[in-house]
Structures are given as structure tokens and as C-alpha cells.
Write a protein that binds this ligand. Structure first.
Ligand code: Q46
Ligand code: ZN
Ligand code: ZN
Length: 323
């Protein structure tokens, strides 16, 4: 006989060895929602009534996060950045638009090539001689923060799950990157007037659980990986942690939760706070005179970025967008 749901003793749909539990569909979703709510409440991520903007990519994590936050009653809108990575970007944008329409949710889309004279991540990274993911990460973080701030959102959320956080932690530990270790947390408070608080409400749930939640909630998401992600080291760390988890259920959460409780405070104490200033070109927070994204744009011959010009920002689906 198959496993039974821990709550109702009906046939279980999913086994969670790390919790020594199995659940039917209804009780798995109940568990999942509770974990997200617990993360938000315990870490004081979102205040009651606060508007939250979610960075959506078309993948399962960000769409599940958006769906769950809306179901939990949060005022959550989405932002999709088309990075100009060929058909992959177009397919993921369509996926986000379809999801937003199905839920009557507010989605903004930004087109990076519209700001750069047609250059996408591949071309930009070649011109600025940086790895694609390094340039891309910087640009995404920049646009997400700047757009959230300009549109008056107090908090911005990403779909990082427990697997993502544990893999990042493992990488940072192997390289003993003290500065990154001091900054890795489910909540990053604002430390500049133009910096929006960043939160990761899925940090208590795994990738497998998020995928199950997506299927059970009928969320159509894009399965294919970004073509520029090939060979990413984070995949090796994730596979390593999955091997550990198989042999020792709960290893991933132990590693990450123990770090947050017992390791991070030590790194925080040692950290020398860098006073952030405003970029001389765009006004966004930066440790140098001109921010890294303005420097990149300058190198590729693109003008300073203005979100209100050029029709690069569009709004799709949903109700009226009153701030
Ligand atoms: S989108 Fe950008 Fe990712 Fe593609 S180029 Fe790398 S960082 S892999 S999440
Ligand atoms: Zn049940
Ligand atoms: Zn700048």
C-alpha cells in the first residue's frame, strides 16, 4: 500500500522525507502555504497592506510565489524583464503574460534591448567582457530595484527557494566569501533612500515542493533553462546537496537554517559597512561614483537608462495600477 497523508489518512500525493511526512494534494498545499506565511511573518518580510513587486521569469518559482502571495491576500504585482536572449526570452515573457491574464494580476514588462539599441545579454556581456550571468545578474538586480522604487513599491520579492539558498551558501563557504556570507539572508533591508527592501518568501520550501505546488495549482511554467546557464557552478552545488539530502533528509535545511542562526551573525559583526552613495548618472545606490550598470551602458554606447521613455516598459493584464 502507498503512503497515506499525515493529516487525513487519504492516499498521499507527495512524500517529504525531510519532514518525515506524506501529504494528499489538499494538505500538501496547506503545508506549502503555511511555510510561506511563516517565512513572511517570522522574518517580518511584508507589512500588512504593503504593495509587493515580484520579479517573475516564467519559471516555476517566481510564478508559484506570485500565486501564493495573491492567495494569501498580499497586494502582489509582477515585473518581467525581457533580457533579449532570443526565443527563450520571448517564450518566457509569453508564459508570464498568460499567467497574469489567467489570474487578472498586474504584470509590467521591461525590454532590455529597448534601452540598449537592440543589444541583449549575450551581446552586452561580449562587449563589456564579463560572463553572461554576471552581467545579467547585475542588470536584473538594478532594473528590479530601480523599477520597484520608481513605482513606489516598499518591498520587492524573488522566488529563491531552499535549494537556491543552500547552493549559494555552499559556494560562498567553499570560496570563504565573507562579504557575501554576511549578506546572504531571507530579508535584505534598505540601506539607501532609493533601495527597496528585498525578500525571499520561498526560502523554507524546496525546488521539488515548489514544482509540485505549481502542478497542483495548474500553473503553466517554462521548463527550459536559459541557454546561457549551461555549465553553471550552482547546478553542481545543487546536485551535490541533493545527493546529501537523499542520504540524510533535512541536510539542506539544516545547513541553511544553522547558518542563518549561528553563522551569519559572526560574519555580520566582522563586516565593514560600505557607505552607499548615489550614482552620478542615474541616482541609484552604488559604492563607486558611477554604478556598474551605468558603466556598462556607457561601454556599449547606450544612453543612461530612463524607464519613463521609449516605450520600454509595458503593462499587461490586471486591474488599474494605482500606487
Ligand atoms: S537569465 Fe541571466 Fe540566468 Fe540566463 S544569463 Fe545567466 S543569470 S542563466 S537565472
Ligand atoms: Zn490529506
Ligand atoms: Zn547608475
Amino acid at each position: 500500500m502507498g503512503a497515506l497523508c499525515k493529516k487525513c489518512r487519504e492516499r498521499a500525493q507527495i512524500k517529504l522525507p525531510r519532514h518525515n511526512a506524506s501529504f494528499c494534494q489538499k494538505h500538501f498545499k496547506e503545508y506549502f502555504f503555511k511555510q510561506v506565511e511563516k517565512a513572511i511573518k517570522k522574518e517580518k518580510m511584508i507589512s500588512p497592506g504593503e504593495r509587493v513587486l515580484i520579479a517573475v521569469s516564467g519559471g516555476k518559482d517566481s510564478l508559484v510565489l506570485w500565486d501564493v502571495l495573491r492567495e494569501l491576500g498580499y497586494r502582489a504585482d509582477g515585473l518581467y524583464v525581457n533580457l533579449g536572449i532570443g526565443d527563450y526570452s520571448d517564450r518566457s515573457e509569453e508564459t508570464c503574460i498568460r499567467f497574469a491574464s489567467s489570474r487578472s494580476a498586474n504584470l509590467y514588462t521591461i525590454s532590455l534591448p529597448a534601452f540598449t539599441g537592440g543589444a541583449g545579454i549575450r551581446e552586452i556581456s561580449r562587449k563589456v567582457r564579463r560572463k553572461a550571468c554576471a552581467a545579467c545578474g547585475m542588470i536584473k538586480r538594478y532594473l528590479f530595484n530601480r523599477f520597484s522604487w520608481e513605482m513606489g513599491y516598499g518591498v520587492a520579492a524573488t522566488g529563491h527557494n531552499l535549494d537556491d539558498e543552500a547552493a549559494t551558501l555552499l559556494g560562498n563557504l567553499i570560496g570563504w566569501k565573507e562579504d557575501y556570507l554576511s549578506r546572504q539572508a531571507p530579508v535584505m533591508p534598505s540601506n539607501h533612500p532609493r533601495m527597496v527592501r528585498k525578500v525571499k518568501p520561498l526560502f523554507r520550501v524546496t525546488e521539488k515542493e515548489t514544482a509540485a505546488c505549481a502542478v497542483m495549482s495548474g500553473i503553466g511554467y517554462i521548463y527550459e533553462e536559459c541557454p546561457l546557464a549551461r555549465g553553471a557552478r550552482s547546478t553542481v552545488y545543487k546536485n551535490t546537496l541533493n545527493y546529501l539530502e537523499q542520504h540524510s533528509p533535512g541536510a539542506k535545511q539544516q545547513l541553511f537554517y544553522n547558518f542563518l542562526q549561528k553563522g551569519r551573525p559572526g560574519f555580520l559583526q566582522k563586516r565593514e559597512d560600505v557607505q552607499l552613495q548615489s550614482c552620478s548618472r542615474c541616482g541609484q545606490p552604488t559604492a563607486t561614483e558611477t554604478c556598474a550598470v551605468c558603466q556598462m551602458l556607457e561601454k556599449i554606447g547606450a544612453p543612461p537608462l530612463s524607464l519613463s521613455e521609449g516605450g520600454a516598459v509595458k503593462q499587461k493584464a490586471g486591474e488599474a495600477l494605482a500606487p
